[in-house]
Write a protein that binds this ligand. Structure first.
Ligand code: NCD
Length: 332
């Protein structure tokens, strides 16, 4: 589609991200610079402060149309994108795989081209296959694509919200800190995005989990592997527990859930191994009693629900960034 036929005006907050050569897409945190990460976090922090105060009632995305296309289950990601869109004044629509025409045999690309033809400016997509967001970004000629989780590849807005939560817990200091990420690393797009962001910001990462659930190539990302959860958590400034992603797992990778909880679960005794101000994170959905004990999830070190609030702020910042970049890219 020629640029001149695109009608969405520049978001009213266009100045905010205009210094940065950003893209209209957000496909992952891999390759993102420290400056880009911090710029998004700064902007997100301002939205976060508003959420704690007067609330977000903005028209910065007035005239921008967003479609949330979810081909996999989601509660917090989808709801927080929808809330962020609403609070910034965007026009937004959502559909899931069960109520879309892909269920009638239409290809994914055709479904999204249909959406684009309705003059949708941004598509937020979640899909079980790794690489789908990048594939759509290559083939949709006018819409911006925001990855809301593609298979075991990346979940960049989750990675950013994890950074926002940690920045608050760590008083702005990522360097010299260390986080333990525990559990099913192999199938976790959350871990992958968090690792990319944290390493760029200078935080050490130790992972621990059953050997069958640790992927190859972690060392290349500058990540330490630990044989036990106790060793990983001892002296760490945060721990992130991950859900067992059974929907992405081959059979036979795990012995039993109770054995997993005993060997790898985050319990109250293990939380005591963290630094005194160390926090406990979980991207959700939590399986209480498996990867995280209920008293830890509800305990004083848990920032699990703070992460959810931070998610709305991060999605506001990301939507604004992508809409601004798109308006610049397509300006005649
Ligand atoms: C995660 C996901 O979907 O990757 N959830 C989320 O978006 N907060 C983690 C998970 O499903 O376990």
């Amino acid at each position: 589609m020629p640029a001149s036929t695109m009608s969405a005006p520049a978001p009213t907050g266009a100045g905010v991200f205009s210094r940065m050569a950003s893209s209209r897409h957000l496909l992952g945190l891999e390759g993102m610079s420290r400056a880009e990460l911090l710029e998004i976090l700064d902007r997100a922090q301002r939205f976060r402060d508003l959420l704690d105060g007067q609330g977000i009632q903005s028209q910065e995305l007035r005239g921008v149309t967003v479609c949330n296309a979810f081909f996999e289950n989601s509660t917090r990601t989808r709801v927080s994108f929808e809330l962020a869109e609403q609070r910034l004044g965007a026009t937004h629509v959502s559909f899931s795989s069960s109520d879309s025409s892909t269920a009638k045999g239409e290809t994914l690309l055709d479904t999204l081209r249909v959406v684009q033809s309705m003059r949708v400016d941004l598509v937020v997509v979640r899909h079980p296959s790794a690489g789908v967001a990048a594939y759509l970004a290559r083939h949709l000629d006018s819409a911006g694509v925001i990855n809301a989780g593609d298979g075991a590849h990346e979940h960049p807005t989750q990675g950013l919200l994890d950074l926002l939560t940690l920045r608050q817990a760590w008083k702005g200091q990522f360097e010299g800190r260390r986080i333990a990420i525990v559990g099913d690393i192999a199938h976790s797009r959350v871990a992958r995005s968090a690792i990319h962001g944290l390493r760029v910001l200078g935080t050490a990462v130790t992972v621990a989990g059953p050997p069958t659930l640790l992927p190859m190539g972690l060392e290349a990302l500058g990540v330490e592997c630990s044989g036990t959860v106790d060793d990983a958590m001892r002296g760490a400034d945060a721990v992130m527990a991950l859900r067992l992603q059974r929907e992405r797992m081959e059979q036979g990778l795990l012995a039993s859930t109770s054995e997993y909880a005993r060997v790898w679960g985050i319990n109250a005794r293990r939380v005591e191994l963290l630094e005194p101000e160390g926090v406990v994170m979980h991207p959700g959905p939590m399986n209480r009693g498996v990867e995280i004990a209920a008293d830890v999830a509800d305990g004083p070190r848990s920032v699990v629900f703070q992460q959810v609030t931070d998610g709305v702020a991060v999605r506001c910042a990301v939507l604004l960034r992508c809409a601004t970049a798109r308006a610049h890219e397509v300006r005649p």
